[in-house]
Every structure is written in structure tokens, then in C-alpha cells.
Design a protein around this ligand. Structure first.
Ligand code: NDP
Length: 266
């Protein structure tokens, strides 16, 4: 029996750089699933639910700056998404929008090879919020360093050691992670050089969540001779988990990963 085509999209602003379409379409084609994945620049996050339904979609991934809007747009939330307050994957089932967070488990898988215990996050946005929680549950010691104090309150309430640039004196951490969007479109570092130099000199590795280009942060880590990784592996891993939700777990995740790697040329 011929199955109807299902439509998916990435929602965000900007979305032109996103590799989610190529990654998911490669898996749909490789696995013979009747799916098609596009991109949609959503400027107003408040319109997310309406846009989803008007476009006749089965599922979306949501990127900056709409993950909190995505959280509010859902009818049902999985327990982890509810806990962290951010949704990056939505699936329509029987007229209801179901929300998940796949960024955080994707990030957790991506940093495993570093064998780190202590992790310093540069940045305190939605991605940092979700990943800090899952890392702590997995036994990592997580510290937050952010440009401004405003976003640190919610981390402090949850018991994370959290500092603004002004309050911080660089200690020793196994892994330094750029969780900001610094370097996504321009050539800025996620923290001042005088803080980054001593941190990177003592660290065992550096990770950037930005993918597809060498950010100034990763370049600096390379100059210090540190093992480093950009956001491609996180993108891949969160995508494999999202694909499982989109297709209700119909396919072996190793096969999904194989096709997605091929699409991303990883
Ligand atoms: P948010 O907009 O929620 O958070 C932004 C954070 O970055 C804030 O802490 C902000 O600090 C800080 N920041 C922004 N610009 C600068 C700068 N120039 N210098 C220093 N700090 C800065 O973003 P998200 O948490 O949703 O996303 C963060 C990044 O993660 C994005 O680049 C996104 O593309 C990437 N990402 C990658 C994924 C992947 O699969 N590889 C998955 C998910 C996200 P302040 O509070 O002072 O404003």
C-alpha cells in the first residue's frame, strides 16, 4: 500500500545555514520513508503553532530563537522537555502537538569521547539550560560562565555554580564549551581573551555548539593544541533522536545515523 507523504521542517531565524534538511532527507531517501524535510524562516515565535498547522506538517525541529515558544506551543510534553522548559522537536499525533528536547541527549552523546568530569559552559541560553541538567544527571560537574548576570538566576536556583564575566576567576575544567551564538555569523569570541587563555591552557578539550565553520573559539583552542570538536556531532546525534520521534521508532537508529552521516558528509 502506498503511504501518504509526510512533511517536516526546521523552524527558526536564521535557518539558511541549517543542515537539518539535508540530514533528514538523506535518511528518508536511504530508508525509503515517504518524508520530505524543508526549511521555514519563522520570525515571530508566537506564530509557531499556527504556522505548523497551516503548513500541514507532521513534525518540526526548532532552532534559535524559538525553543521557549516551541515549549509553549505544545499540547503534550515529554518529562525532560517539561523539566528544562525548552523544546526543539515537535510531532503531530492525533491532532496534538507533542514536544521533546533532543539537543541535550545529543550533546551528552557527542562529548562522551573526551572522558571529561568537569565542564565549563560559556553561555546561559536555552541550550545551556537543557544540557546543564542532563550532564549533571549523568554525573558531570557543570559550571556556568555568562557575559551578563541576568540569565544566571535560573541556574543558581537549580544549584549550578554560575558566574558573570566580572565575578569569575579562571579555575581548572576538563572541557570548555562554547554554548553561545558567538562565532555563528561573526568573528567574536564567547568570552574575553584574558579569561579564555588560562581556561584553555588547563583544559583537556574544547567543544563548540556552532557547526559548519571554524569559530574564533575553536581556532584559539587549536592554537593551544587542544583536542576540539564543533557542533556537527551534536547536530547529528540530536537529529537521530528527533528522527526516531518523527517516525515513531520505526527504524534502527544505527541505520538512521549511517544515512544522516552520509548526508552531512561526516
Ligand atoms: P540563546 O539565544 O538562548 O542564548 C544565547 C547565549 O549566548 C546567552 O547566554 C548570551 O549571553 C550568549 N551570547 C550571545 N552572543 C554572545 C557574544 N557575542 N558573546 C558572548 N556571549 C554571547 O541561544 P541558544 O542557547 O538557543 O543557542 C546557542 C547556540 O547553540 C546557537 O549558536 C545555536 O545555533 C547552537 N546550537 C547548536 C546545536 C547543534 O546541534 N550543534 C543545537 C542547539 C543549539 P547574554 O545572556 O549575556 O546575552
Amino acid at each position: 500500500m502506498k503511504r501518504n507523504k509526510e512533511f517536516f521542517s526546521i523552524f527558526g531565524d536564521p535557518v539558511a545555514h541549517s543542515k537539518s534538511p539535508i540530514m533528514h532527507n538523506s535518511a528518508f531517501a536511504g530508508l525509503g520513508h515517504p518524508g520530505c524535510y524543508g526549511r521555514y524562516r519563522l520570525v515571530e515565535g508566537e506564530r509557531l503553532r499556527q504556522a505548523f498547522l497551516n503548513l500541514g506538517l507532521k513534525g518540526v525541529n526548532v532552532t534559535v530563537p524559538h525553543k521557549e515558544h516551541a515549549y509553549r506551543a505544545c499540547d503534550e510534553l515529554d518529562p525532560f522537555a517539561r523539566k528544562v522548559g525548552a523544546v526543539n522537536t515537535i510531532v503531530l499525533r492525533e491532532g496534538k502537538l507533542h514536544g521533546y528536547n533532543t539537543d541535550a541527549p545529543g550533546f551528552l552523546e557527542a562529548i562522551e569521547p573526551f572522558g571529561a568530569r568537569s565542564v565549563l559552559f560559556l553561555g546561559a541560553g536555552g541550550t545551556a539550560q537543557a544540557t546543564a541538567e542532563i550532564l549533571r544527571e549523568a554525573g558531570y560537574e557543570v559550571t556556568i560562565l555568562n557575559r551578563s548576570p541576568g540569565r544566571l538566576e535560573r541556574f543558581r536556583e537549580r544549584g549550578f555554580a554560575s558566574y558573570s564575566w566580572k565575578e569569575f576567576s579562571p579555575g581548572s575544567y576538563d572541557l570548555i564549551v562554547n554554548m553561545t551564538s558567538a562565532g555563528l555569523k561573526e568573528e567574536s569570541l564567547p568570552a574575553p581573551r584574558e579569561l579564555l587563555d588560562p581556561l584553555l591552557e588547563k583544559a583537556k578539550g574544547a567543544v563548540d555548539v556552532v557547526y559548519g565553520r571554524e569559530t574564533p573559539f575553536l581556532r584559539l583552542a587549536g592554537e593551544k593544541g587542544l583536542p576540539r570538536r564543533d557542533g556537527s556531532e551534536m547536530l547529528l546525534r540530536q537529529g537521530v533522536i528527533a528522527f526516531g520521534h518523527f517516525t515513531d521508532g520505526r527504524y534502527d537508529s544505527r541505520e538512521v545515523e549511517r544515512w544522516m552521516r552520509r548526508g552531512l558528509e561526516l
